[in-house]
Design a protein around this ligand. Structure first.
Ligand code: XUL
Ligand code: CO
Length: 441
């Protein structure tokens, strides 16, 4: 049965096209820096937002109309797999990703849940044989079920720690079975609400132990996917432990895990942390920790995680600038952890939203690539820091300066007057020029 009968394979038709079911800028075959856009951008569909979400919000129930709505239980899970692979094929994305609970319902016991997982994983594996789509990452949802009310690995209850471990163990096995290229840990309820009832040190130590156990088990079964932690500052807990990139890197270094993990950076999590998306990407990049991306955007007028499809070209350009400078994402990709708005309840909206996101990142890639080729920021930044290439500056960088030599220098030069403008307005105007002109070439 076809679930998206009215939709054919989405094609690249170019910027002049008015067809809402066509790419205007994402041309999978087009080469950027020696790689096709498809190879470089490695787009992924998020199973949860696309196939299981119904459009609920804190004030309203589901609105989505889906051709798989008529099923329940395991039949629904199977119908979603059929719909998902039809969708992946028609959209032409190379990757997908899921949580355990997205693909199959939980049973009354852990053993029953695992059995449901096995049935659906066997079906997914079969579909993958006839499809080009691959698993970007899977993960365990250790936050929705009431058992995780006080956290998972950072729960006050050791039984919950064990249960969470069992769920991750199962997903590591499934990741291996399906050839997953990465494995994600988003600390859904790893955080705290109030210090008054929290043993912060034990919770941190347990989190460190949990990650080490996961690393050990992946090694034991020969699963060599890249492990990724996804930072988020708040929501659902007030103080999420993996607050942002800097905090997470500090945590990984404290527990000796920095060589086993990279980061999965989500745009809307960055903005919730009070950072820009590109700030988080840059921080990860300069520390060699940029692993993968949850490509979405938030609403600056709302203070929560709205997970919108990315359409802000300024943001996609500056994000792609970091990704290109990083030499790409390695085994990672651009996964749309993004949901259509509650009012966009028709199935067609799923295609329109992904096309919008893919086109926005294709534009960002082209513009960022041009900015890099023309060394727009590089030349300016190089010149701005030129004082570190000779004299006292070179001594500082080479580790030859001491406080005494620095004092000698300072005494000699007299007062330092600001001598160079930061030129930020001019740089922003240049970005605008590139946004408008890069696509015309
Ligand atoms: C929640 C979130 C998750 C992770 C995977 O804010 O981003 O969907 O991406 O668990
Ligand atoms: Co995410």
């Amino acid at each position: 049965m076809a679930y998206f009968e009215n939709v054919n394979k989405i094609q690249y038709e170019g910027a002049k096209s008015n067809n809402p079911f066509a790419f205007k800028f994402y041309n999978p075959e087009e080469k950027i820096n020696g790689k096709t856009m498809e190879e470089f951008l490695r787009f992924g569909v998020a199973y949860w937002h696309t196939f299981t979400a119904g459009g609920t919000d804190p004030f309203g129930s589901a609105t989505a109309i889906r051709n798989w709505d008529k099923y329940t239980g395991m039949d629904l899970a199977k119908a979603r797999v059929e719909a998902a692979f039809e969708f992946f094929g028609k959209l032409g994305v190379p990757y997908f990703c899921f949580h355990d609970v997205d693909i199959a319902p939980e049973g009354d016991t852990l053993a029953e849940s695992n059995k449901n997982q096995d049935t659906i994983v066997a079906m997914i594996k079969d579909y993958m044989k006839d499809s080009e789509v691959k698993l970007l990452w899977n993960t365990a949802n250790n936050f929705t079920n009431p058992r995780f009310v006080h956290g998972a690995a950072s729960s006050n209850n050791a039984d919950v720690f064990a249960y969470a471990a069992a769920k991750v163990k199962k997903q590591l096995e499934i990741g291996k079975e399906l050839g997953g290229e990465n494995f994600v840990f988003w600390g859904g309820r790893e955080g705290y609400e109030s210090l008054l009832n929290t043993d912060l040190k034990l919770e941190q130590d347990n989190l460190g132990r949990f990650f080490q156990l996961a690393v050990d088990y992946a090694k034991e079964i020969g699963f060599d996917a890249q492990f990724l932690i996804e930072p988020k500052p708040k929501e659902p807990t007030t103080h999420q432990y993996d607050f942002d990139v800097a905090t997470t890197i500090g945590f990984l270094r404290t527990y000796g895990l920095e060589n086993d993990f990279k980061l999965n950076i989500e745009a809307n999590h960055a903005t919730l942390a009070g950072h820009t998306f590109e700030h988080e990407l840059r921080w990860a990049r300069i520390n060699g920790m940029l692993g993968s991306v949850d490509a979405n955007q938030g609403d600056p007028l709302l203070g929560w995680d709205t997970d919108e499809f990315p359409t802000d070209l300024y943001s996609t350009t500056l994000a792609m600038y970091e990704i290109i400078k990083n030499g790409g994402l390695g085994t990672g990709g651009l996964n749309f952890d993004a949901k259509i708005r509650r009012g966009s309840f028709e199935q067609d909206d799923l295609f329109h939203a992904h096309i919008a996101g893919m086109d926005a990142f294709a534009i960002g890639t082209k513009v960022a690539n041009k900015l890099i080729e023309d060394k727009v920021f590089d030349s300016f930044v190089e010149e701005r820091y030129a004082s570190y290439t000779t004299g006292i500056g070179k001594d500082i960088v080479d580790g030859k300066a001491t406080f005494t030599s620095l004092e000698d220098h300072a005494l000699k030069i007299g007062e330092v007057t600001p001598n160079k403008s930061g030129r930020v307005e001019s740089i922003k105007a240049t970005i605008n020029k590139y946004l408008v002109t890069s696509l015309a070439e």
